[in-house]
Design a protein around this ligand. Structure first.
Ligand code: COA
Length: 149
């Protein structure tokens, strides 16, 4: 993977809008870039296949989003990208990665479990939209570091 730049936003948004049930807007991606979040993309043959964003806070990072282009799903790319993001966090002396996910997103929950994430909590009614609300599963993965590199 490599760092996402503003020039990637069109391609990232195209994937986002085609694979996420609740897609981020261009402004949200731009805000993440501007805020210095760790925004990475996977590129092959000149095209973007996926992206992931980590938000650091002291010695923990939150996985804000991860997406793989529909034509590239179920080939192991999501797992590889997630592993690389965890490695990036480990290299930067982070101790823990956590995330929130809709329990109905069985593909993502299963990916996270298989990558070593465990369920550590439930936020009731966390996601709200016109169709009602849904709980968020909170999952975490320890990186084994001591916070000092
Ligand atoms: C979640 C996502 C990133 C997985 O990417 P992927 O490249 O298809 O995943 P992989 O091929 O690496 O699969 C890894 C594991 O995830 C799980 N998984 C992936 N897709 C799945 C599906 N459709 N149904 C059930 N489990 C699935 C499986 O456990 C899989 O392991 P296996 O193939 O050995 O069974 C992809 O489905 C996606 O982009 N979804 C839309 C965006 C999204 O929901 N992101 C997460 C919330 S922000």
């Amino acid at each position: 993977m490599r760092e996402m730049t503003p020039a990637d936003l069109d391609a990232v948004l195209a994937i986002e809008q085609s694979v996420q049930h609740y897609p981020w807007t261009r402004g949200q991606f731009a805000d993440s870039l501007n805020a210095g979040h760790w925004c990475q993309v996977d590129e092959a043959d000149g095209g973007l296949r996926g992206y992931a964003i980590l938000m650091p806070a002291v010695d923990e990072v939150e996985l804000l989003t991860i997406g793989v282009a529909a034509s590239q799903q179920r080939k192991g790319l999501g797992r590889t990208m997630l592993r690389e993001m965890l490695e990036l966090a480990r290299e930067r002396s982070m101790r823990r990665v956590f995330l929130e996910v809709r329990p109905s997103n069985t593909a993502a929950v299963s990916l996270y479990r298989s990558a070593g994430f465990a369920e550590v909590g439930l936020r009731r009614g966390y996601y709200r939209d016109a169709n009602g609300s849904e709980d968020a599963l909170v999952m975490a993965c320890d990186l084994g570091g001591d916070g000092n590199g």
